[in-house]
Design a protein around this ligand. Structure first.
Ligand code: FAD
Length: 703
């Protein structure tokens, strides 16, 4: 073999070896690329803008296939691109929830101007370089870095110096969230917002902490001040479904902790809520309420009062198919059969309930739980979870002689007849026994039916549990008060009809468990009061006999307060798929409490059905956060609180059930929103000094 042949053979051998190695390597080192990456990339907008947070469209496509991004990854592509991406990934586009940026800080213009601006035109850099000493660790610094970070022009600085997001333009790209040094911007979807419970780290102004419904009050007042009435209603409806009713009947505990009250009077928070709710109703058009697509899972809601309506509303919004089972002919609970028309017109209540049902909530009326259906029958009918919210409809009795006389009835029985529009059988001289709100509603309704009314209460006016406006309203309508008087016995004639109440004079002794001074009878001070009708109104409790079977057994827990026992945070009862809320759980309370518990229960039911167990964050706000409850609010000028106008004069009031209070005017609402100090956790807006024009005043417009 000559040299040439040998060289050729060597080269051939090397080539053959290399080919074999390459062939093996290509098998071993072959990197599989999911063809969907290329497909997704091909339908993206192709701008390589990076707005999605990935390095260009190829990166975004990879992110989608890796499950790191959803179908809406392309922030400039809109619905069309998202639909295409969803189709490639085999996703149902209708289940893709729109998210937008939320600025949680609407708080005051810096508690003090203690953040020194050092010349850096970027709040993030400013914060990192010089830090500053702003009191609130959460608050917006107001330098607008988020505005420049937003590639879509969706954020602008509002009149108060805080960012305002345009939900139409926001693509939820998260750019603002990433640059915000204080974490006040969050990308949220409807589901997450509905399910969120107040946490200690949220920007919780005192009003927002105190509201049993956890409504983001500063946010909706700020929205109203900008003329964004629809946005305000959306904010309210993330927490409660009944702004029209609440705007009329809530005793507004939020206003009791309003910092403005340390300056002059609290902001008329509830009047503002009523204004926007009325604005929607009077517009004749319902604002759209977003709901997740139906998931086909059925939940039974027992009781169609505020608690049940709220639970059903939020279950529907979370994608469930709720059915309300109600024993009465119509829904509304005590809103319909307790609270009289002159405080909450039935037409208003009907409009509000129709809106809830219109979302896709089924209703079965005149069905009594415990008799017509049970937990077992609901399970057999395919309901996966149950909410029990039957209120507190059992009346306490006086346990005195003659209580069963003809003409003696409980106040709630009488009010239910009024609510049903049936004959009440009321006489001409009525004695109402009790001093709470139900007693006052009974007295004022009796006046409207032509009776002379005396209210008998065993303590003094100062201890009366009824709201002061109601006590005064009854006085104006000529209701007489017999204070420090307790009924001894009821006297009837030979036909068994009541003729008198014998009562004994009381005096106040030492304070009792409630902190109020205990009434003590004065021996020998008995007197008679003549009457033909007596309404007793001394309290109610839940009627829980429906929970017991024919053998007297009950798998649920009845508490010593005669309420249905449940976990206080998740509202789950002793039966894992049964939840409760409202008066049945709390005992007689407020509409706003029942609405709040309805949402909490819906949240827990959703967690139970999707995760197996309901839960809350360890950081949820339980008590008022003490350091936010300061009472020193300097440098804020006097501005008089607006008052709801009376639509009818006192004389007319006494013979009609027409609604008494009217809404604020647009001017008054402007004024009232301007009184809000825009409080955050610690800060408040001191700009509202006497004589100075409200900054927001010019911005409000009639949308
Ligand atoms: P409810 O409103 O009582 O609703 C329970 C529902 O369950 C009812 O529709 C009932 O018919 C139904 N139900 C009962 N038993 C069964 C059964 N076995 N099967 C099927 N369905 C059943 N709060 C305020 O905030 N402001 C006020 O001004 C105010 N005024 C009031 C005035 C009166 C006269 C009364 C009685 C209460 C007032 N309240 C007020 C309290 C407020 O109305 C209640 O706290 C609230 O309605 C409780 O809501 P709920 O859904 O838990 O119960």
């Amino acid at each position: 073999m000559d040299m040439i042949t040998a060289s050729v053979l060597v080269l051939f051998g090397i080539g053959l070896t290399a080919a074999v190695i390459l062939a093996v390597a290509s098998k071993v080192l072959y990197v599989y690329e999911d063809p969907r990456i290329a497909q997704v990339e091909s339908v993206l907008a192709g701008a390589n803008c990076g707005g999605c947070g990935f390095p260009g469209c190829a990166g975004a496509a990879q992110g989608v296939v890796d499950g790191k991004a959803g179908a809406t990854v392309c922030v400039i592509g809109g619905d069309e691109v998202a639909k295409n991406v969803a189709a490639i990934m085999g996703l149902d586009f209708s289940s893709v929830e729109k998210k937008i940026a939320f600025v949680d800080c609407t708080g005051g213009t810096r508690a003090e101007e203690i953040y020194e601006y050092q010349g850096v035109k970027d709040c993030r850099a400013q914060h990192m370089l010089y830090s500053g000493s702003k009191m609130c660790p959460e608050g917006c610094l107001g330098y607008g870095t988020c505005v420049t970070a937003c590639q879509f022009g969706a954020i602008a600085m509002g009149p108060d110096g805080y960012p305002v997001v345009d939900p139409e333009l926001c693509t939820a790209c998260g750019g603002c969230e990433q640059v915000c040094p204080r974490g006040v911007i969050t990308i949220w979807g409807m589901t997450a917002r509905i399910k969120h419970l107040n946490e200690n780290t949220d920007c919780l102004a005192p009003c927002r902490q105190r509201c049993p419904g956890q409504i983001n009050i500063p946010r909706y007042i700020e929205q109203v001040s900008r003329g964004d009435f629809a946005g305000a209603l959306e904010t309210i409806r993330e927490r409660i479904p009944m702004p029209l009713s609440i705007g009329r009947v809530c005793p507004h505990p939020c206003e009791g902790v309003c910092r403005r009250g340390h300056v002059d009077e609290s902001v008329g928070i509830n009047m503002i809520k009523r204004f926007v709710a009325d604005w929607e109703m009077n517009s004749g058009q319902r604002l759209p309420i977003s709901c997740a697509p139906e998931n086909g899972r059925r939940v039974a809601v027992v009781g169609g009062g505020p608690a049940g309506l709220s639970c059903a509303f939020f279950l529907r919004r979370l994608g469930y198919s709720p059915t309300i089972f109600e024993s009465m002919p119509k829904l509304g609970g005590q809103l319909r059969y307790g609270i009289p028309e002159y405080r909450l017109p039935k037409s208003v209540l009907d409009w509000e309930i129709e809106g809830i049902l219109g979302l896709g909530v089924d209703v079965v009326t005149e069905q009594l739980f415990g008799k017509d259906f049970t937990l077992d029958s609901l399970a057999e009918d395919g309901f996966e979870a149950v909410f029990l919210g039957i209120g507190a409809w059992m009346n306490m009795t006086l346990r005195i002689e003659g209580e069963d006389s003809i003409g003696v009835e409980t106040g709630t029985e009488f009010l239910t007849k009024v609510g049903l529009g049936v004959d009440t059988g009321i006489g001409k001289r009525v004695v109402v026994i009790g001093g709470g709100n139900t007693a006052i509603d009974t007295a004022r309704s009796s006046v409207r039916l032509g009776a002379h009314v005396t209210m008998m209460y065993r303590r003094t006016r100062d201890e009366m549990p009824a709201h002061i406006e109601e006590i005064e309203g009854a006085e104006e309508e000529s209701v007489k008060y017999l204070y420090l008087a307790a009924p001894n016995r009821i006297i009837a004639d030979e036909s068994g009809h009541v003729t008198h109440v014998e009562y004994i004079q009381m005096q106040l002794g030492e304070p009792d468990d409630s902190g109020r001074r205990r009434p003590v009878p004065i021996e020998g001070s008995e007197s008679l009061i003549e009457c033909d009708t007596v309404y007793t109104s001394i309290g109610q409790k839940p009627e829980l006999s429906c929970l017991y079977d024919e053998n007297g057994a009950c798998t649920l827990e009845e508490t010593r307060w005669r309420t249905l026992g449940a976990d206080p945070e998740t509202l789950q009862t002793a039966i894992p798929n049964v939840f409760t809320g409202g008066d049945m759980h709390t005992g007689p309370a407020l509409v706003i409490t029942a609405l709040g518990e309805g949402r909490k229960a819906a949240r827990s039911i959703d967690q139970y059905l999707t995760e197996g167990v309901p839960h809350v964050s360890s950081n949820i706000q339980r008590e008022l956060i003490p350091y936010t409850m300061f009472t020193d609010v300097p440098d804020v000028g006097y501005r008089k609180r607006s008052a709801l106008p009376h639509q009818i004069e006192c004389d007319e009031r006494m013979c009609t059930f027409k609604e008494i209070e009217g809404p604020l005017s647009l001017e008054e609402v402007k004024h009232e929103t301007c009184r809000c100090l825009r409080c955050g956790l610690t800060c408040y807006n001191r700009d509202m000094v006497e004589g100075q024009e409200c900054q927001a005043e010019d911005c409000i417009k009639n949308p």
